[in-house]
Design a protein around this ligand. Structure first.
Ligand SMILES: NC(=O)c1ccc[n+]([C@@H]2O[C@H](COP(=O)([O-])OP(=O)(O)OC[C@H]3O[C@@H](n4cnc5c(N)ncnc54)[C@H](OP(=O)(O)O)[C@@H]3O)[C@@H](O)[C@H]2O)c1
Ligand SMILES: *[C@@H]1O[C@H](CO)[C@@H](O)[C@H](O)[C@H]1NC(C)=O
Ligand SMILES: *[C@@H]1O[C@H](CO)[C@@H](O)[C@H](O)[C@H]1NC(C)=O
Length: 365
């Protein structure tokens, strides 16, 4: 019995060694060649394509909508805040989208997710891309949480809120040989303190879509977006607080971001859309986070130590800002934040009434 297991273990180790020693060195020049000469020529033309974007009322989803619009794509925009969505829709039309559908909905609800997909296909007759981007953030130590049940919401939105629309969109994406794009995060791979819930939801998403990619083969392309810190309502500090309420907490945001730079959302989306059109598997941006993933994989203890140093306040028994924030303040690094984050950040307001009377067809043009 032991021998039997040992045989398989040796086989697996030898195969892995072959991958590292033979496959990787051989594949690198091929990948570089494909990346430089083949993929750029195969960029998808988005004119007239139908793209459903969740979380389109602000941040990354909003900017992606504009860039898809500029390429001539038809859009279905989903989020809970209807007024904000309508503003985004108007701007998207101005940037060149031939037709924009506004679909207020809560994607953590399976039924509402189904209805937005159905409304999109009913209106446009097809679906080419689903961008599962809606998400919520939270930065607080697990220790500080005073209302644990409030954090269900994160898994409901970040994980299930991607999976539900994906489930209902998949038959249509198969029919159009379309693409699935999902906003995961560097946090799905790299352990950073104070984001235990968030990075768990992002890791769940990452693993889910990697598995789905394997199941789908070449039928539907899967592009996983893994941004680092990028300007949005999240990085303005909005998220679930330790008490369970949603609020904007700039102080916690500063402590969390510390020494890391925050990228401009339009730069991210330009890189992202280019990668989506080429059919890239992963898009990690800003690129400084790419080596970080490698370090997390090869030397997790280094990252662990860095986190302890950057985020712990224990030096003076819980008093004083963490080192990362102090460095940020001492060097004035915050001046380099994208303008939208520095200038008295404004969060778009909630709608007054009930949101989401689900895939009701509002302003179509
Ligand atoms: N900014 C970053 O640094 C960063 C880094 C890595 C990954 N990401 C990921 O990027 C995605 C977009 O985030 P963002 O940075 O652009 O933040 P954001 O500005 O806060 O945008 C989040 C979007 O999700 C929508 N949303 C939240 N809950 C929803 C729900 N239950 N149903 C439908 N829509 C919902 C919000 O609209 P409503 O409130 O109107 O519903 C909003 O449009 C997220 O998945 C996030 O995890 C962001
Ligand atoms: C905890 O948060 C949930 C969800 O936001 C809320 O329904 C509940 O009332 C909160 N509990 C307490 C004790 O504040
Ligand atoms: C998420 O962060 C925690 C620490 O905050 C870490 O222990 C865990 O490994 C991280 N998860 C991933 C997938 O990186």
């Amino acid at each position: 019995m032991d021998l039997y297991l040992m045989f398989h273990s040796v086989l697996m180790h030898v195969s892995a060694a072959m991958v590292v020693l033979v496959y990787i060195p051989l594949s690198i020049p091929v990948k570089i060649f494909l990346w430089a000469f083949v993929k750029p020529l195969r960029r998808e033309n988005l004119r007239g394509k139908v793209v459903l974007i969740t979380g389109a009322s602000s941040g990354i989803g909003e900017e992606l909508a504009y860039q898809y619009a500029a390429q001539g794509a038809c859009l279905a925009l989903v989020a809970r805040r209807k007024k904000a969505l309508e503003d985004v829709a108007a701007a998207a039309r101005e940037r060149g989208s031939p037709s924009v559908l506004v679909l207020p909905a809560d994607v953590s609800d399976a039924d509402q997710s189904r209805r937005v997909v159905e409304a999109t296909v009913a209106h446009f007759g097809k679906l080419n891309h689903l961008v599962a981007n809606a998400g919520i953030w939270s930065i607080c130590s697990f220790d500080d949480v005073t209302n644990i049940t409030a954090f269900h919401k994160m898994m409901d939105v970040n994980f299930w809120g991607s999976v539900y629309p994906t489930y209902y969109a998949l038959p249509h994406l198969k029919a159009s040989r379309g693409k699935l794009v999902v906003s995961s995060s560097v946090a799905g791979t790299v352990a950073t303190s104070r984001m235990s819930f968030y990075n768990a939801t992002k890791a769940a998403q990452l693993r889910f879509y990697e598995t789905l990619r394997a199941e789908l083969g070449s039928e539907v392309g899967v592009t996983i977006l893994a941004p680092g810190y990028v300007e949005s309502e999240m990085t303005k500090g909005k998220g679930i607080q330790s008490g369970g309420q949603i609020a904007v907490n700039e102080e916690a945001r500063d402590e969390q971001i510390g020494v890391f730079p925050v990228g401009r959302v339009d730069d991210l989306c330009e890189v992202a859309l280019d990668g989506i059109r080429r059919g890239d598997w992963y898009i990690t941006w800003p690129s400084l986070f790419r080596p970080l993933k490698l370090v997390a994989f090869l030397a997790p203890e280094v990252l662990h130590l860095a986190c302890q140093v950057m985020y712990s306040t224990s030096s003076s028994k819980g008093k004083g800002a963490p080192l990362g924030k102090r460095i940020m303040e001492a060097t004035g690094a915050k001046r380099l934040f994208p303008e939208g984050l520095r200038r008295n950040p404004v969060i778009k307001t909630e709608d007054d009434g009930e949101c989401c009377d689900h895939g009701k067809q509002d302003s179509a043009t």
